[in-house]
Design a protein around this ligand. Structure first.
Ligand SMILES: O=P(O)(O)OC[C@H]1O[C@](O)(COP(=O)(O)O)[C@@H](O)[C@@H]1O
Ligand SMILES: [Mg+2]
Ligand SMILES: [Mg+2]
Length: 324
């Protein structure tokens, strides 16, 4: 059976050759990151890098390696005006005449590296008409304005999942041909589900509305929801969202009272917005307890948000509990 390559898909689904080049460049970096990961301890990629990122989180060696690979690949493209990364303190200028801004989480789920479990790279593409020196202000666009978004998932197989706002498609890396080949063009998140993902160890710290919503799921058939729910938690948003794009479900990373001043754990520009565009393009929903994430006007590039995403009816119900 002959399958479309990533390049074939891009040629037929976007008129912009520069966007095509940009996505191909990101795909190419994932092949290098895959090689880094494949050697594991043999490649000396495990463990801490010995530094913290701007958000005070310990950087793993692979956070830094992946960040440097993606930064170098994007900086080489004339269409890229600037980048913002979870692992960079400030926005990084590339080419002043470039039309795209790229934000990314070079390695999501980095606590999984040392246990040889799933990780990924998440990216978002925004436009810019600005000229003159790059500013952080240009990046502060609501998620709905994204031009494209996606992720590469490094699991038993390597996958690239993409939206150019024409639905969501999944490609699987074929080591024999060295190409990403189209393996799913019918990605859809059903409105109802029987599976949820949340870090239950934080339960006692959540807002009462979130505690009530999850408690009712746990009551199963005997409770108000009248059905049993299964639970999963990979500790890498990229892998949890991938499961939801494959077989439905709900994912939450809510606000918690240990750090009341911090809106949530996940990053708006590197995680929530790109995943949000994918989820909405697949028919799902993504919200904070107050409403749609893709409508949030960002105030700064490293901003965090609480996240409730996946099956539309579950997201709506969970949000409604916070409003009563
Ligand atoms: O360890 P916790 O609190 O369950 O958090 C897991 C969450 O943290 C994250 O790993 C954060 O991502 P990074 O690895 O990019 O910092 C999410 O992917 C994931 O959902
Ligand atoms: Mg992350
Ligand atoms: Mg990361």
């Amino acid at each position: 059976m002959s399958r479309a390559t990533l390049a074939d898909y891009l040629t037929t689904h976007t008129d912009s050759t520069s966007l095509q080049q940009l996505v191909i460049a990101l795909a190419d970096t994932s092949i290098d990151i895959r090689q880094d990961l494949a050697g594991g301890a043999l490649n000396d990629i495990l463990g801490a890098a010995g530094a913290e990122n701007v958000q005070g989180e310990e950087q793993k060696k692979l956070d830094v390696i992946a960040n440097d690979r993606i930064k170098a690949a994007l900086a080489a493209l004339p269409c890229v005006r600037g980048i913002a990364s979870e692992e960079e303190d400030d926005v990084v200028p590339a080419h002043q005449g470039g039309e795209f801004l790229v934000t990314f989480d070079p390695l999501d789920g980095s606590s999984n590296i040392d246990i040889n479990s799933m990780v990924g790279t998440i990216f978002s593409v925004l436009g810019s008409n600005a000229d003159g020196p790059l500013s952080e202000q240009e990046f502060l666009q609501p998620g709905r304005q994204q031009i494209a978004a996606g992720y590469m998932l490094y699991g038993p197989s390597v996958m690239l999942v993409l939206t150019v706002k024409k639905g969501v498609v999944m490609f699987t890396y074929d080591p024999q041909s060295g190409q990403y080949l189209l393996t799913d063009d019918q990605v859809n998140i059903p409105a109802d589900c029987k599976e949820f993902a949340i870090n239950m160890s934080n339960q006692r710290h959540w807002a009462p509305a979130m505690q009530r919503y999850i408690a009712e799921l746990l009551e199963g058939k005997e409770g108000p929801r009248g059905k049993d729910y299964n639970m999963r938690w990979v500790a890498a948003m990229v892998a949890d969202v991938h499961r939801i794009l494959c077989r439905g479900g709900l994912f939450c990373y809510p606000w918690d009272k240990r750090k009341p001043e911090q809106a949530g754990k996940l990053r708006l520009m590197y995680e929530a917005n790109p995943m949000g565009l994918l989820v909405e393009q697949a028919g799902g929903r993504i919200c904070t307890q107050d409403g749609p994430i893709l409508d949030i006007q960002p105030e700064q590039i490293h901003q965090r948000v609480p996240v409730i995403l996946g099956a539309a009816n579950e997201v709506d119900l969970c949000v409604s509990y916070h409003q009563s």
